[in-house]
Design a protein around this ligand. Structure first.
Ligand SMILES: [Zn+2]
Length: 327
């Protein structure tokens, strides 16, 4: 969303939506002005990520935390074919506790196209970092233009849907794990009785998982219409390639049309027109059956004879241009 007059854009992953300045009043100013104790850099392709650490200590050595950031950057770069912005900044602030306690991403801050603030527990373990999704989620936000408030669902939906797929493509997760998670979590995006279309519903479930349902259905539909030659990944890469990153303020339709052009379909625009003003249920059970994702115990097994089994495999397949590693 755009912050009036200040030239800042904010994606908030902590469901914290307050007016600019009021949000930071009494909190020592905006997060990008907070103290920095040390700085390191990650180079990945042509992009530079500045990683700043706030004052304080962690149980883990700093190089383990840097490796966690590098892994997330590498997953996102692999999915998009490059790291989406050329100048990125992350501020990692220690706080009591363990794991990622909060992550927030802003666009166009002090010469950086994207700025992420991550509050990380001082007792965070290696397992916590290995299990973490949020660093990747925040970086995915850099790869889509900033939208008006009513389209917040597409920003969170893309981050929610792409994050695990990017980690599978980079080899950090097994496909069975993320399809099991999708099977379990996707229903949280179903519309409830009082819900409007996606542009009219601000609930957490509809914003994150309703948006992710939109992405899943779009991915499957694009693959059906293109005989599995294209997917949502091609659409999202094209949006970044056209300059649609978080520091740019685009109308949603411009992004969707840019994506559709790359896949030679009208899937994104047509789905948006069908779902923006009217609560539409996505038939998830039908999608799982078509993709060959079968509930099995606490997880899933794959049915490779299902009609869209090849589409399911293509969604998590490592891209033809390979894994992109940080230097
Ligand atoms: Zn988010």
């Amino acid at each position: 969303m755009r912050r009036g007059g200040a030239g800042f854009w904010l994606i908030c992953c902590a469901a914290l939506v307050l007016p600019m300045f009021a949000q930071f009043r009494g909190h020592g100013g905006p997060p990008w002005q907070r103290p920095v104790a040390s700085t390191q850099f990650i180079h990945i392709g042509d992009a530079t990520i500045q990683v700043d650490f706030g004052p304080g200590t962690f149980t883990l050595p700093q190089d383990k935390i840097m490796q966690w950031v590098k892994n997330a950057a590498s997953a996102v770069a692999t999915y998009y074919g490059r790291f989406p912005v050329s100048r990125d900044r992350i501020l990692i602030e220690p706080a009591p506790g363990s794991g990622v306690l909060r992550g927030t991403t802003w666009g166009d801050v002090s010469g950086f196209q994207a700025f992420h603030r991550v509050v990380l527990g001082q007792q965070t373990s290696q397992q916590d970092l290995d299990d973490d999704w949020q660093m990747t989620h925040e970086m995915v936000h850099a790869a889509f233009p900033t939208m008006d408030d009513e389209h917040h669902w597409i920003e969170e939906g893309i981050a929610t849907y792409v994050e695990p797929i990017a980690r599978v493509q980079r080899g950090f997760l097994r496909p069975e794990k993320i399809w099991a998670d999708m099977l379990h979590d996707m229903p949280q995006g179903d519309p409830e009785g009082s819900d409007g279309g996606l542009d009219h519903t601000r609930s957490w479930g509809r914003t994150y998982w309703g948006g992710a349902q939109f992405c899943l259905l779009a991915d499957v539909s694009i693959r059906q219409q293109t005989k599995n030659q294209k997917g949502l990944q091609d659409a999202l890469r094209a949006i970044v390639q056209a300059g649609g990153t978080i520091d740019e303020d685009w109308p949603l339709r411009q992004a969707l049309e840019t994506g559709d052009k790359a896949t030679g379909t009208h899937v994104l625009v047509q789905m948006y027109d069908a779902m923006r003003d009217t609560p539409k249920s996505v038939d998830l059970d039908h999608i799982w059956q078509q993709l060959g994702v079968v509930r099995s115990g606490n997880g899933v097994r794959f049915d490779d004879h299902a009609p869209l089994a090849a589409a399911r495999a293509a969604i998590t397949h490592a891209p033809a241009d390979g894994e992109i590693l940080p230097r």
